[in-house]
Design a protein around this ligand. Structure first.
Ligand SMILES: Cc1cc2nc3c(=O)[nH]c(=O)nc-3n(C[C@H](O)[C@H](O)[C@H](O)COP(=O)(O)OP(=O)(O)OC[C@H]3O[C@@H](n4cnc5c(N)ncnc54)[C@H](O)[C@@H]3O)c2cc1C
Length: 503
C-alpha cells in the first residue's frame, strides 16, 4: 500500500477545511487536503434548472436510508469547495443570543462553549475572505460589528417594492449579507441563477474560488482530488490518530501525519468517526461520550412562494433582502421565531422536480409570478436525531427535528405578512433532511467530555491530534445560515493550530 505523508492532513475542501488551510499556509507545515470529489466541470448545465433539479446532475449517487428502510439520494454535493459550490451566498453572523442557553416550546437549546465575542474577529476575517456585501446598522438583531467589507447589493425594483411594503407594516427589512462579486468591476453577470446552482463566472464567494484556489499556488499546500477517506486509524491505545485510509481513484492509500483536521461536512465527518471504530474505541473515534452522529440538526426551512397574478417578477438577483423582526419571537408568541430571507428565483423546472404532477405551463407561470422567500427557524438538538452506520456499512438518517410546532406558527405569521404586502396567495414548501443543506451538530463541541466530542477549539476530547471543523461542531443551530459561522470558527481553530506549531 502506498503511503503519503504531510504535517497536517485536512479531510474535505469545504468551508471548514479550506479556512483551516488558509490559516496554516505559510507556517512551514506541509498541508495535504484530501477531497472526495473533483473540480466541478464548467459547462452550460451548471445554470440549467432542468439539469440541476430535474436530472439531479450534480447530486451524489450514493443513497442513505430512512428509519423505515427507504433509500433516498440525499442533496449532498461532493466537489472541490464542498456545498458552497451550490450555496445561496447568504453570509450571516449568528446573534449574541445564539451562543446562550434558551428554551423553545419547552425544549432546550444549549449554550456554546464560546461566545459571540470569541468569534467576532474571525467573523470579520471570514467576511473579508469571502467578499461579503452588506450594510451594518439596519438589522435590529445585529451583534456589535464593524462596517461590511463591501457595500450592500442594491435591491432590484420588485425587491425594493417588497421592502417598502414591509416597512409600511412597521417592520425593518435590511440588506441581506451576501458573498457575490457584484457591482462595478465585479464578475457577477446577473445570470438569474445563483442559489442552488454553480456560478460559471467565478462570482459566487465559494470556498474553492475565494479560499482554496489562491492557496494552491502555495508550494506547501497540496490537494488530492477523488481521494475519499474511508477511516482514520488510531494508535494501539486509541489516543493519537496515526493515519487515514484513503481510496484514491480505485487505489487504497495510507496517509500519515502528526495532525489531522476532519472537515468532511457534519454528516460525513460523523460517519468517518463511526467507521473508524477499533478495539480501543469500539463505538468510534472521538465518541467516548456517545454523541457522535447524534443531535443532527438541519433548520426548519420553509420556502414561501408569494404569488402576484398581475405582475411578472423579472428580478435577476433577488437575494438582497432579509427580515429579523421576529428573530426573538412574535409579539404574542415568543417561541414562534426565526429569520426571513429571499430565496433565489424559483423556476418551473424546480417546481416540477418537487411536484412532478404540476403541468409545465402552470409551473412556468408560477416561476414568473412569484416572489420567493425562505422562513428559517432554529432546529432544536435532540439526542435521538441521528445518523447511524448500520452493521452492513449502509447509512441510516433518523432525523427528528425539534421545535416544529413553533416554526409552523412562525410560518403562519410570515404568510400573513406577505399577504398584507400585496400577495393574495402564498404557497409553502418544506425542505426536509433529503436536502441536508444546513446539516450540523453531529460532532458537537462543549466543555464536558461526558456530553460532547470536541472542546471549544474543535479538538477531540479523546484525541489530542484530531480536530473536527465543519458544521458538525455546532451545539445548537441558531436560525441563520451556517457557512459564515463554520468559516469563522475554522479560522479561529486554524490560527490556534498555527500558534501552537510555532511554540
Ligand atoms: C443548495 C444549498 C444552499 C445553501 N445556501 C447557503 C447560504 O446561502 N448560506 C449559508 O451560510 N449556507 C448555505 N448552505 C449551507 C452551506 O453550504 C454549508 O453549511 C457549508 O458549505 C458546509 O461546509 P462544511 O465545511 O461543513 O462541509 P461541506 O461543504 O460539506 O464540505 C465537506 C467536504 O468534504 C468532502 N468529503 C466528504 N466526505 C469525504 C471523505 N470521506 N473523504 C474526503 N472528502 C470528503 C466533500 O466532498 C466536501 O467537499 C447551503 C447549502 C446548499 C446545499
Amino acid at each position: 500500500m502506498q503511503t503519503l505523508t504531510a504535517d497536517i492532513v485536512i479531510i474535505g475542501s469545504g468551508v471548514g477545511g479550506t479556512a483551516v488551510a488558509h490559516q496554516l499556509a505559510g507556517s512551514g507545515a506541509k498541508i495535504l487536503i484530501l477531497e472526495r470529489g473533483d473540480f466541478l466541470p464548467d459547462e452550460p448545465q451548471n445554470s440549467d434548472a432542468e439539469a440541476v433539479f430535474g436530472q439531479q446532475r450534480y447530486k451524489t449517487r450514493d443513497t442513505w436510508l430512512t428509519p423505515e428502510g427507504v433509500a433516498f439520494r440525499p442533496g449532498q454535493y461532493y466537489y472541490v469547495g464542498g456545498h458552497t459550490k451550490f450555496y445561496g451566498t447568504a453570509m450571516f453572523r449568528f446573534r449574541e443570543s445564539d451562543f446562550e442557553d434558551s428554551v423553545m416550546d419547552g425544549a432546550r437549546s444549549p449554550a456554546w462553549p464560546i461566545r459571540y465575542a470569541d468569534l467576532a474577529p474571525h467573523y470579520a476575517e471570514a467576511e473579508r475572505l469571502y467578499g461579503v456585501r452588506g450594510q451594518a446598522g439596519l438589522d435590529p438583531t445585529e451583534p456589535p460589528r464593524e462596517p461590511f467589507p463591501h457595500a450592500a447589493i442594491p435591491h432590484e425594483p420588485v425587491i425594493a417594492a417588497l421592502s417598502g411594503q414591509l416597512t409600511a407594516q412597521g417592520l425593518r427589512p435590511f440588506h441581506m449579507p451576501s458573498a457575490v462579486d457584484y457591482g462595478p468591476g465585479g464578475t457577477c453577470q446577473r445570470c438569474g441563477t445563483c442559489d442552488a446552482f454553480v456560478c460559471r463566472f467565478g462570482a459566487k464567494g465559494d470556498a474553492e474560488t475565494r479560499v482554496l484556489r489562491p492557496l494552491l499556488a502555495h508550494p506547501d499546500v497540496r490537494l488530492e482530488r477523488q481521494a475519499e477517506v474511508l477511516r482514520l486509524i488510531a494508535d494501539e491505545d486509541g489516543r493519537r490518530i496515526v493515519a487515514a485510509e484513503v481510496r484514491r481513484q480505485g487505489e487504497v492509500l495510507r496517509v500519515e501525519a502528526p495532525t489531522f483536521v476532519l472537515s468532511a461536512g457534519a454528516i460525513n465527518s460523523a460517519l468517518i468517526l463511526l467507521r473508524s471504530a477499533c478495539e480501543a474505541a469500539p463505538d468510534g473515534l472521538a465518541n467516548r461520550s456517545g454523541v457522535v452522529g447524534r443531535y443532527l440538526m438541519n433548520h426548519h426551512l420553509t420556502g414561501l412562494m408569494a404569488v402576484n397574478p398581475f405582475a411578472v417578477n423579472g428580478t435577476r438577483f433577488p437575494k438582497t433582502l432579509s427580515l429579523n423582526d421576529f428573530y426573538h419571537g412574535l409579539p404574542d408568541d415568543p417561541d414562534a421565531r426565526g429569520n426571513i430571507q429571499m430565496l433565489g428565483n424559483i423556476q418551473g423546472a424546480m417546481i416540477r422536480a418537487a411536484y412532478p404532477r404540476t403541468p409545465l405551463p402552470l409551473a412556468n407561470w408560477l416561476g414568473r409570478h412569484t416572489v420567493d422567500v425562505l422562513a428559517m427557524s432554529e432546529d432544536l438538538p435532540n439526542v435521538d436525531s441521528r445518523v447511524r452506520l448500520l452493521p452492513d456499512g449502509r447509512v441510516m438518517v433518523d432525523y427528528r427535528p425539534g421545535g416544529g410546532g413553533a416554526h409552523d406558527r412562525f410560518v403562519r405569521h410570515v404568510r400573513a405578512v406577505l399577504r398584507r404586502a400585496g400577495f393574495p396567495l402564498v404557497l409553502r414548501h418544506g425542505f426536509g433532511i433529503q436536502a441536508p443543506s444546513h446539516q450540523c451538530g453531529t460532532v458537537r463541541m462543549g466543555d464536558d467530555p461526558a456530553t460532547s466530542a470536541l472542546d471549544a477549539l474543535c479538538r477531540a476530547h479523546d484525541h489530542p491530534n484530531l480536530h473536527v471543523v465543519d458544521g458538525g461542531f455546532f451545539p445548537s443551530s441558531a436560525a441563520l445560515n451556517p457557512a459564515l459561522t463554520i468559516a469563522a470558527q475554522a479560522l479561529r481553530v486554524g490560527a490556534h493550530l498555527r500558534r501552537t506549531r510555532a511554540t
